[in-house]
Design a protein around this ligand. Structure first.
Ligand code: NAD
Length: 355
């Protein structure tokens, strides 16, 4: 099994180095190959996603990605900005399914902005379609309005569209994920207003016929946004389109309190995946050795589960992270009174000790 390791910029380099320590401690015959991406690749090769990096990612079974971006690149042309690297990898690897778990660890309940009794025991998975919807739909652009009350005035427009096979494949991925959990899937749309959503609902219901063991319900996106803060534990797996998923996944992330704890996975039809923390390159704390490495270490666990077919090792890592938290160590972002403040590598030490 080959893992392409792309640390990127800012704290990306620091947290990926820690995740690699954890991979090495598993004593598995994984082959790790490193490449530059983002601002680091721009500095070295003049492009945020050089061809050799794409080839390495495409040939690997999985990609471990740190983070890209730095304010110093803000003035670059948009196609040269570090963030283009992650968009480029998603489209080149055809990563259409984004998994974002939101788990509230008992030790970190106080870090959530919600009341403890609302988030205690929270464990949900949001599955977002990643390559379609209004973010990529054509036509799009600017023109003079051809009709309506503002006919002739300058306007901008985008197109929301989804095809049947596109909805079927994300629905299947979500039903499969629900099968490995509590067997409950909530499909989120805006079928009371949008034709795309009515079609989405129809296709998801059709796919349900092959997954009768999973309970399916449908929810409008505005209600889902409300239920996520009112009763987040009522969800097991949520599946939704690209734009609704973009918004709801950040909302779900915040329920758990710390962005430094949240892993993510993006998969294609071959179960080849890109695994990364949900946070960015955090230029404000880069180089200080204080970043929380747990989101990246938990991304390695997702990689083992979804691409490398090693559920046993995934569970070992997740258990070790829980034990490390139970031992009382905390990086600054999750520190609270009565716990011991540690730096990035000391946090990994605690995980390795528990492993
Ligand atoms: P960010 O996620 O990098 O940081 C937001 C805040 O969270 C900062 O205060 C940061 O210090 C803190 N934080 C983030 N990760 C942390 C960790 N592991 N431990 C402790 N604290 C942590 O978001 P931002 O500041 O909006 O963006 C910074 C750069 O990252 C930008 O260039 C942005 O474009 C880029 N970005 C990249 C990705 C990606 O690579 N996939 C995702 C989001 C943002």
């Amino acid at each position: 099994m080959k893992i392409a390791v792309l640390p990127g910029d800012g704290i990306g380099k620091e947290i990926v180095a820690e995740a690699v320590r954890v991979i090495n401690a598993l004593n598995e015959p994984f082959e790790l190959e490193f490449a530059e991406v983002g601002g680091a690749a721009y500095e070295a090769h003049g492009h945020p996603l050089p061809e050799p990096t794409v080839r390495l990612a495409q040939a690997a079974d999985a990609v471990l990605f740190g983070a890209v971006g730095d304010w110093k690149y803000d003035a670059l042309d948009s196609h040269l900005r570090p963030e283009q690297a992650i968009l480029g990898l998603r489209s080149q690897m055809k990563l259409f399914a984004n998994f974002r778990p939101a788990v509230c660890y008992p030790e970190l309940i106080a870090a959530s902005t919600l009341k403890p009794e609302i988030v205690a025991g929270l464990d949900l998975l949001l599955v977002r379609e990643l390559t379609g919807d209004i973010y990529f739909g054509q036509p799009r652009g600017r023109r003079d309005a051809p009709d309506g009350d503002f006919r002739g005035a300058p306007e901008a427009f985008d197109t929301m569209r989804y095809s049947r096979p596109e909805i079927e494949r994300i629905a299947r991925v979500a039903f499969e994920a629900a099968r490995k959990r509590q067997r409950k899937l909530t499909s989120v749309d805006k079928a009371n207003v949008l034709a795309t959503s009515r079609f989405w609902r129809e296709v998801v219901s059709d796919v349900h016929a092959s997954y009768a063991d999973v309970a399916l319900d449908h929810m409008y996106v505005d209600n889902a946004a409300m239920q996520l803060v009112r009763a987040p534990r009522s969800f097991d797996v949520i599946v939704t389109g690209n734009m609704f998923g973009d918004i709801l996944s950040d909302e779900a992330a915040m329920l758990t309190g710390s962005i430094g704890m949240l892993p993510s996975a993006s998969l294609n039809e071959r179960a080849q995946g890109l695994y990364e923390p949900s946070h960015g390159s955090a230029p404000d704390i880069a180089g200080k050795g204080i970043a929380n490495p747990l989101a990246t270490i938990l991304s390695v666990a997702m990689m083992l589960r979804h691409s490398l077919n090693r559920v046993d090792q995934a569970a070992r890592i997740e258990g070790a992270v829980k034990s490390a938290l139970a031992s009382g160590v905390r990086t600054s972002d999750i520190w609270s009174e009565g716990t011991r403040r540690v730096d990035t590598s000391e946090m990994t030490d605690a995980v390795l000790a528990a492993l």
